[in-house]
Design a protein around this ligand. Structure first.
Ligand SMILES: NC(=O)c1ccc[n+]([C@@H]2O[C@H](COP(=O)([O-])OP(=O)(O)OC[C@H]3O[C@@H](n4cnc5c(N)ncnc54)[C@H](OP(=O)(O)O)[C@@H]3O)[C@@H](O)[C@H]2O)c1
Length: 163
């Protein structure tokens, strides 16, 4: 099973600001993430599940929480550890990890691929993607997008693969 982390971050690896994205909505990034996760199972932390910007897959999603009786919407399952979630998905070809900061930190050591949107700028917030080494992950694809009418900041789609 391939484990892919999917995240958008600014130039300082910032990913969130009190439960919302720190930058203005970027429709192309949203569409990019929807394409990446289409038909695939996902894992997310309870706090990311519980945000207005929540992203999910029609194929199935697991919310990880320590709370025993946490209630979720249809299309979501609850598990009490990341190991349990990964085990549940063990026959999948690829599993998409959708954050947030805590879940990214806990899954980065197991990740095979990082699908990152780099937002060109520095924003305010309180949640960060973990540091990772380019000695461990090779940049295998990069697509740059300038600012335009619908995107108030420039952004790049980056794919890193574990060596
Ligand atoms: N830019 C992006 O791509 C992106 C993507 C996703 C999220 N975000 C942002 O990230 C922020 C949220 O990140 P976060 O770090 O605060 O929260 P999070 O990682 O989404 O969720 C953390 C919660 O997940 C549960 N959890 C984590 N590890 C667990 C484990 N090993 N076992 C059992 N439960 C576990 C716990 O839930 P309980 O407290 O219920 O036990 C924990 O409080 C928000 O600002 C959001 O907007 C950004």
């Amino acid at each position: 099973m391939k484990i892919t982390l999917v995240a958008a971050m600014d130039e300082h690896r910032l990913i969130g600001n009190h439960g919302i994205l720190p930058w203005p909505f970027l429709p192309n990034d949203h569409a990019h993430v929807e394409r990446l996760i289409a038909g695939k199972k996902t894992i997310m932390g309870r706090k990311s599940y519980d945000t207005p910007d929540r992203i999910w897959s029609k194929a199935g999603n697991i919310v990880v929480t320590s709370q025993p009786n946490y209630q979720v919407d249809p299309g979501f399952l609850v598990m009490n550890s990341i190991e349990e979630a990964l085990d549940y998905y063990k026959n999948e070809e690829e599993v998409m990890v959708l954050g947030g900061a805590q879940i990214y930190s806990e899954t980065l050591p197991k990740a095979h691929v990082l699908e990152l949107t780099l937002i060109h700028g520095q924003f305010k917030g309180d949640a960060y993607f973990p540091e990772f080494s380019t000695d461990v992950f090779d940049l295998i694809h990069r697509q740059d997008h300038p600012q335009d009418d619908k995107h108030s900041v420039a952004y790049s789609f980056l794919t890193y693969q574990r060596r």
